[in-house]
Design a protein around this ligand. Structure first.
Ligand code: NAP
Length: 259
């Protein structure tokens, strides 16, 4: 099975590091042109160069997904670049905090970045995809979309919402050639998890090795997933080979069995 995304253009949010950066690079290796977005301008410009060195067209567009004007500007720049065939809603944040201490401000910020931005970018791109009779939306949710996790109520609620949104929008577009899916990673070795590791070390006095071991103790494979492994699942969902998959939340989590 050879995946060929040449002639397609992908927009990846949260592309400055971690899963988003790895996803942009793997999509480019499959031949897609890339629009990469995040707030960190230097990291984006560096990524743009790396993508161009892979032989594809690439455009870096700084954007804060908390700002609706910034999202509209991103969509406008993407249209000038030729439009979006593959939308990867990856930008996301988390913060470990007890439910009772979760301020309305933190709650709202997490929902706006993790859910509202994905909703807006889908609204801004899906109709064009449907007109072209081909499109892919891949929302980076989490296994937190499928079960509860302590000290993570706002994040879990946002990821449950993102998966619900994915399932419903997939039905709206099911007959148009556009698929809408979610990827649900478990622990992935990125800066986001590094913050969690640091928190555990600070709060419990554990070593770094022990803090990581405590995170992966319930993972059957006994390890974290790599950003590249998540990226490869995204590339598959973006491919023609995945045309019959829509409305799904695909786990990539080292073997935890759940629905
Ligand atoms: P990360 O390394 O912290 O990267 C997060 C990305 O989101 C960065 O590129 C960041 O870019 C961007 N971002 C954050 N706030 C933003 C804002 N207001 N506007 C625009 N971009 C913003 O995290 P990651 O682990 O790669 O996570 C990527 C996605 O995977 C997230 O949705 C996360 O919830 C999900 N996920 C991660 C894990 C995991 O274990 N790591 C597991 C399940 C799901 P700037 O700071 O440059 O703006």
């Amino acid at each position: 099975m050879k995946i060929d995304l040449s002639g397609k253009t992908a927009l990846v949010t949260g592309a400055s590091r971690g899963i988003g950066r790895a996803t942009a690079l793997e999509l480019a290796r499959a031949g897609a042109n890339l629009i990469v977005s995040a707030r960190s301008v230097n990291e984006l410009e560096q990524l743009q160069l790396e993508l161009q060195q892979l032989g594809v067209k690439a455009l870096a567009v700084p954007c804060d997904v908390l700002d609706d004007n910034s999202l509209k500007e991103l969509e406008a720049r993407a249209s000038e670049f030729g439009g979006v065939d593959i939308l990867v809603n990856n930008a996301g944040i988390t913060q470990g905090v007890k439910f009772v201490d979760t301020s309305l401000e933190l709650w709202t910020k997490i929902q706006r970045i993790n859910v509202d931005a994905a909703m807006r970018l889908m609204q801004l791109t899906l109709e064009d995809m449907a007109q072209k009779k081909w499109g892919r939306v891949i929302n980076i949710a989490s296994i937190a979309a499928k079960h509860g996790l302590r000290y993570s109520a706002a994040y879990n609620a946002s990821k449950h919402a993102l998966l619900g949104l994915t399932r419903s929008v997939a039905l709206d577009y099911a007959k148009t050639g556009v698929t809408v899916n979610a990827v649900c990673p478990g622990w992935v070795s990125t800066e986001m998890v590094e913050q969690t590791v640091q928190n555990i070390m600070q709060k419990t006095g554990r070593s770094r090795e022990d803090a990581i071991a405590s995170l992966v103790k319930d993972v059957p494979m006994g390890r974290m997933v790599t950003p590249e492994e998540v990226a490869n699942l995204v590339v598959f969902l973006a491919s023609n080979q995945a045309a019959a998959i829509t409305g799904q939340g695909l786990n990539i989590d080292g073997g935890t069995v759940m629905s």
